[in-house]
Design a protein. Structure first.
Length: 149
C-alpha cells in the first residue's frame, strides 16, 4: 500500500530543508569578498537560490496522475543557481580587496531578502510537517476502525 500523502510531504520537507541550508550559506557569506577565484583574482560570494518544480511536470504525467491518482507527485529541486545581479560596490580604500580607485566589490546578498526567504521556507517546512502529522493521524484512525470491527 502506497501512502501518497507521506511521499508528498516528505518531498516538501526535503526541498524546504535544502532551501533553508542555501539561505543560511548566503547569510554566512554576506561579507565574503574572496569566495572564489576567477581568472587568477578573487571574486566575492555570489548569492545562490533554489529552484523547485513539481515532481511530474510533463503533460502526460500530469494527465495520468489525474486519471489514475495512485502515485505521489510532490516537489523536486530543479537546480541551485547563482543570482546574476551585480555585486555591491563601496568606497573603502583601506580594505585589502580594494581596487586602484578604492572601490570594494561585496556579495550581492541582501540580508532582508534572505530573512524573508528564510521565514517563507520555515513556514513551508512547518506546513509540510503539519500535513504529514495529519496524514499519520488519519492512517492511525483507519487502523483503529479496522481493528474495532
Amino acid at each position: 500500500m502506497k501512502l501518497a500523502g507521506f511521499d508528498i510531504s516528505a518531498s516538501g520537507l526535503t526541498a524546504q530543508r535544502l532551501r533553508m541550508d542555501v539561505i543560511a550559506a548566503n547569510i554566512a557569506n554576506a561579507e565574503s569578498t574572496r569566495a572564489q577565484y576567477a581568472d587568477g583574482k578573487s571574486v566575492p560570494y555570489r548569492r545562490k537560490e533554489v529552484l523547485l518544480s513539481p515532481a511530474s511536470n510533463s503533460f502526460r504525467n500530469l494527465l495520468n496522475e489525474k486519471l489514475n491518482p495512485s502515485g505521489a507527485q510532490g516537489v523536486r529541486v530543479t537546480a541551485i543557481k547563482e543570482d546574476p545581479t551585480p555585486f555591491k560596490t563601496v568606497y573603502n580604500p583601506a580594505h585589502p580587496d580594494a581596487d586602484a580607485d578604492g572601490m570594494v566589490s561585496l556579495p550581492n546578498v541582501d540580508l532582508l531578502k534572505e530573512m524573508v526567504d528564510m521565514i517563507s521556507a520555515t513556514r513551508s517546512y512547518e506546513a509540510n510537517v503539519t500535513a504529514l502529522n495529519a496524514s499519520k493521524a488519519m492512517f492511525m484512525k483507519s487502523l483503529e476502525i479496522g481493528r474495532g470491527s
